[in-house]
Design a protein around this ligand. Sequence first.
Ligand code: IMP
Ligand code: MG
Length: 176
Amino acid sequence: MSEPKIRVLVSREEIQAKTEELAKRITEDYKGKDLLLVGVLKGGFMFLSDLARAIDLPLSLDFISVSSYGNSTVSSGVVRILKDIDYDITGKHVLIVEDLIDTGLTLTYLKDLFKAKHCASVKVCTILDKPSRRKVDLEVDYQGIIIPDEFVIGYGLDYQEKYRNLPDVCVIEGLE
Ligand code: IMP
Ligand code: MG
């Protein structure tokens, strides 16, 4: 079997520059507040680790693991919690950290879930966004890089659990 052809869509330099810009805004906005970053596994792990290091504030970290797609590249609209957050989030300012917003179904579900737990606030930060694919109206508080409607891999994102470790966001050529 020949290796698939991979093309860089968003370079690591662009990702780094956008991450620093978002982190600066977050640092300003959350001064004096009890900030909890919640990374959405698995895809969000790489961005969370870069973003957390770029935010100049004392903060806490937690993770939630959800499954929305199975092994398909198309959203089923069904969100399943595979691993819930560990701590009581009452009174905390929660910032959900995502790799990519596509239909918006996952984050709409997660926002509602956290709001029901009486946190002080719930906001969303994503490094990549495909607004043309949105199925629900979702407010994105910290929007990263807007990308076209193409299936992407790398920087945490997978295709059938592979390619998460690529440092750039890429497209697989010829993927149906
Ligand atoms: P949404 O619920 O449709 O907004 O998508 C939720 C999640 O699906 C994203 O955070 C990604 O983890 C995954 N996803 C969506 N589009 C892609 C893609 O192009 N490549 C890899 N994963 C994707
Ligand atoms: Mg994700």
